[in-house]
Design a protein around this ligand. Structure first.
Ligand code: SAH
Length: 211
């Protein structure tokens, strides 16, 4: 009889989705599928694998963190992606949110300011055969003008105010999902409507600061 290879972490991911994500109201099927399938532990240092599916952020080196699973799922759902979406991500970090976006969208452009983190994320994404990601090392607050406009922009480090270049690079009906603030932060969604920008605050959050 042949033995099928079973991912021993799949059970942990199922519980993570049920207990931390569905239970808090995330419903988008593509987001939930991505959270069930992307191997989150491979994006954190091996010593942290046992904590990879816990309900909180984790250290990824260089003083940075991988966001809590619920926040990754919430931001992905708020972006309202479909398989044709073009998405810009600011703050690649370990690349986990990048992989979740890549599973839900057509293509992802991601920018990280720390070369060492960017290189590690690139290796992890390549090992997982994630091929619809374009990456760059640099200051994400300038966006990626050559690839604009984007259907969604996700920012995973918090500025005090919205970087103007990011709003400029948002397509009509496009959505910018961004934490704003320094000591107190809220997660915001900015939507470009044909007649202007609409914005909505979602929940209090805690992100590292955008540099
Ligand atoms: N989405 C990431 C979260 C990483 S934390 C993950 O899942 O791992 C935020 C990241 O933003 C850090 O890696 C930090 O180095 C990066 N960052 C901070 N300021 C930046 C800037 N101006 N441009 C691009 N990346 C930035």
């Amino acid at each position: 009889m042949t033995q099928r290879a079973v991912d021993p972490w799949a059970v942990a991911r199922e519980s993570m989705v049920a207990d931390q994500i569905v239970s808090r109201g995330v419903k988008d099927p593509a987001t939930l599928d991505a959270m069930r399938s992307v191997p989150r532990h491979l994006f954190v240092p091996e010593g942290e694998w046992v904590r990879a599916y816990d309900d909180g952020p984790l250290a990824i080196g260089r003083g940075q963190t991988i966001s809590q699973p619920y926040i990754v799922a919430l931001m992905t759902e708020l972006a309202r992606l479909d398989p044709t979406s073009r998405v810009l991500e600011i703050g690649t970090g370990c690349g986990y949110q990048t992989a979740v976006l890549a599973a839900c969208a057509g293509a992802v452009w991601t920018i990280e300011i720390e070369p060492e983190l960017a290189a590690r994320a690139a290796r992890t994404l390549a090992a997982l055969d994630v091929s619809n990601v374009n990456r760059r090392v640099g200051d994400g607050s300038l966006g990626w003008p050559e690839a604009a406009p984007f259907d969604a922009i996700l920012v995973t480090a918090a500025p005090a105010d919205v970087p103007p270049a990011l709003l400029d690079q948002l397509a009509v009906h496009g959505r910018l999902v961004i934490p704003l603030g320094t000591s107190h932060q809220d997660l915001w969604v900015y939507t470009r409507e044909p007649d202007g920008i609409r914005r909505e605050s979602i929940i209090p959050v805690r992100f590292v600061l955008l540099r």
